[in-house]
Design a protein around this ligand. Structure first.
Ligand code: G6P
Length: 613
């Protein structure tokens, strides 16, 4: 989703801005642009396509200036083209503005401005905002920061913006509402960005803007933060812990492959300090600090989108089995617009890699307003969701750059497992023997993932067989059902092959009509209490000549005899199965997508961080 970068200081702004845009590429975008002030010129350059296209188009241009703003756009209003790309000039070309988010009342504002003689070049809501700021500034004869405040008061919707003014080459104004924005504090230089990744190589001191806050950033002066009523706020500087090397590819051809291979380490990092095998102990501080909330929960509501929602589904199986608490798993986008029944003694768990997903944030507010206790499971430290929930657990997997989520998913699942064990033990709803067995097994998971990763080249070979396919079906039961959904999502996201996941027994209620000798069916057929039932489902597919690729445990003999292809994974406790069975499916999707020549890390139309609803 759109990315913002800004710079003001003593260095040339252009290289810093371009590098920053590259760091934000993982979010997904379709055009890019930059605005620079050089003397009495305010230059804007834009290009459809990639940041590298923008760089190419700038080769013969004046890119001087020590102040500038830059943007990657993910189209919402108006198609992805040069005209709709940001930055946008105001009517007089004295202001340039970049924007993430959606101005919901842009049509009304635009009509009002048209009547006052303003004309528009683009189809964007962003151009309406920059014109509005200019109109407010000239009609009220005020300065730019007051004009931004007054204009934003008229705006309904979500925004993170940055504005520069030709006649004011020592000032950037930035503001946010429901869309993230970070200010980086360097030595006599300041940065702004949608997240910390463009800033980290220059400074680890940042300020996270809150909703309806405006940062007034002047050259050589500490930034000033005010609200829309001009009330100043004390600066709260946060120290970042992310390192630059964590953002690089580390020798892998793609971030996605690097992130798949990192899972042995990331799961260890996620467990560190939370599990103690010697003492048979699992403790998450967020659970311990809020023990009563969990012990007295009438119900657990899990809210999430995309891959995080699949992790949430695994949570449903876990909490019901080990904590005996009823669970509902909801798409945030549906939940927020229903009239959901929320009880004050509900515990709401919001799951999000980025911590910025607009629908999940809105669903959290709804739950909080209804008096529920809200617990976040997030990866990005300091992002909006951890700041808007009562408590929570970080997944601690480091930055995930590949748009298709991999290591964040396994860590979200692991956090849910640890939560269920922690709560189940406190509630005494999990037998001690079973608790100990699972704990011992959990400790072995990273090594077992390593064993699966060793089969990478075998899975790569297998992937060649399937590049022909236009459709795929994934099926599983119990804890493997969410993995069927997640396996199918991974494949469609990055290979653009149509894929659907089903609970295996549902096949005969419709999807089985699709089976013929061209249809690959991936079956997660690992050990568990529905293993025999899954075998019957495989027979139904075989009888219709479907081509079965089965994920089985070592020493399995029944499925192996029926399937066309098998991938073996180590055996484990049933509830931990998802942590292992998803790994070959991630690799399979990755290799199929590479064979088809897809842009694996930045698939078309997708965004890493979905900050608009
Ligand atoms: C986007 C990403 C997915 C992610 C989903 C939810 O669609 O491409 O990978 O699962 O958003 O994002 P979140 O950051 O809330 O987990």
């Amino acid at each position: 989703m759109c990315g913002i970068v800004g710079y003001i200081g003593n260095q040339d702004a252009y290289p810093i801005l371009i590098k920053g845009l590259h760091r934000l590429e993982y979010r997904g975008y379709d055009s890019a642009g930059v605005a620079l002030i050089d003397g009495d010129q305010l230059n804007i350059y834009k290009a459809k396509g990639k940041v590298s296209d923008l760089e190419e188009s700038c080769t013969s241009k004046n890119i001087a200036g020590t102040i500038g703003i830059a943007h990657t756009r993910w189209a919402t209003h108006g198609e992805p083209n040069h005209i709709n790309a940001h930055p946008h000039y105001s009517q007089s070309a004295d202001l340039a503005l970049i924007h993430n988010g959606i101005i919901e009342n842009y049509a009304v504002l635009k009509e009002g401005l048209k009547q006052k003689g303003y004309t528009f070049q683009s189809q964007t809501d962003t151009e309406v905002l920059v014109q509005l700021i200019e109109y407010v500034k000239t009609s009220n004869k005020t300065d730019i920061s007051t004009a931004v405040q007054l204009a934003l008061k008229q705006v309904v919707g979500a925004y993170a913006i940055a504005v520069v003014e030709k006649s004011n080459p020592d000032l950037i104004i930035a503001a946010r509402k429901s869309s993230p924005l970070v200010v980086g504090i360097g030595e006599n230089e300041y940065f702004i960005a949608s997240d910390a990744s463009p800033i980290i190589e220059y400074t680890n001191k940042v300020i996270y803007l809150e909703d309806e806050e405006i940062a007034i950033i002047r050259r050589q002066e500490p930034p000033k933060i005010v609200n829309l009523n001009n009330v100043p706020k004390t600066l709260q500087i946060t120290q970042l812990e992310m390192s630059l090397s964590e953002l690089e590819k580390g020798g892998y051809p793609h971030f996605m492959l690097k992130e798949i291979f990192e899972q042995t380490r990331t799961l260890r990092d996620c467990m560190r300090g939370r599990i103690n095998i010697d003492n048979n102990h699992v403790a998450l501080s967020g659970i311990i600090d809020n023990k009563d909330k969990f012990l007295n929960a009438r119900r657990i509501l899990i809210l999430a989108c995309g891959t995080s929602w699949h992790a949430g589904l695994i949570g449903e199986y876990l909490f019901e089995e080990f904590c005996r608490i009823p669970v509902e798993v909801e798409y945030s986008s549906e939940f927020r617009y229903r009239k959901p029944v929320i009880y004050p003694d509900d515990v709401v768990i919001a799951i999000s890699q980025s911590g910025e997903t607009a629908d999940t944030l809105a669903a959290i507010e709804l739950a909080k307003n209804a008096g529920a206790f809200v617990y976040g499971i997030c990866n990005v430290v300091g992002s909006s969701i951890p700041r808007h929930t009562h408590s929570g657990s970080y997944t601690h997997v480091g930055p995930e750059i590949g748009v298709a989520s991999t290591k964040a998913f396994t860590a979200q699942t692991l956090v849910l497992i640890m939560m269920a064990l922690n709560i189940g033990k406190e509630k005494k709803t999990i037998p001690q023997k079973q608790f100990e067995k699972i704990l011992l097994e959990l400790d072995k998971i990273p090594d077992k993932i390593e064993m699966i990763l060793e089969q990478n080249s075998k899975i790569e070979d297998l992937s060649k067989i399937f590049t022909y396919a236009h459709n795929f079906i994934y099926m599983g039961r119990g804890y493997s059902f969410p993995i069927a959904l997640e396996g199918a999502l991974k494949l469609k996201e990055i290979s653009y092959i149509h894929a659907e996941g089903y609970p295996a027994a549902e096949m005969k209620h419709g999807p089985i009509a699709l089976i013929d000798n061209e249809m690959p069916v991936v079956v997660i057929a690992t050990n568990g209490h529905t293993y025999d039932k899954t075998i019957s489902n495989i027979q139904e597919i075989k009888a219709r000549k479907g081509r079965i690729l089965a994920i089985v445990n070592k020493y399995d003999d029944k499925v192996k005899n029926m399937a066309d292809y098998v991938i073996e994974i180590p055996d484990t406790e049933e509830c931990l199965g998802p942590l292992l069975s998803i790994i070959p499916l991630q690799l399979l999707s990755y290799h199929i997508a590479v064979k088809k020549g897809r842009n694996v890390d930045m698939p078309r139309n997708l965004a890493k961080s979905v900050t608009v609803e």
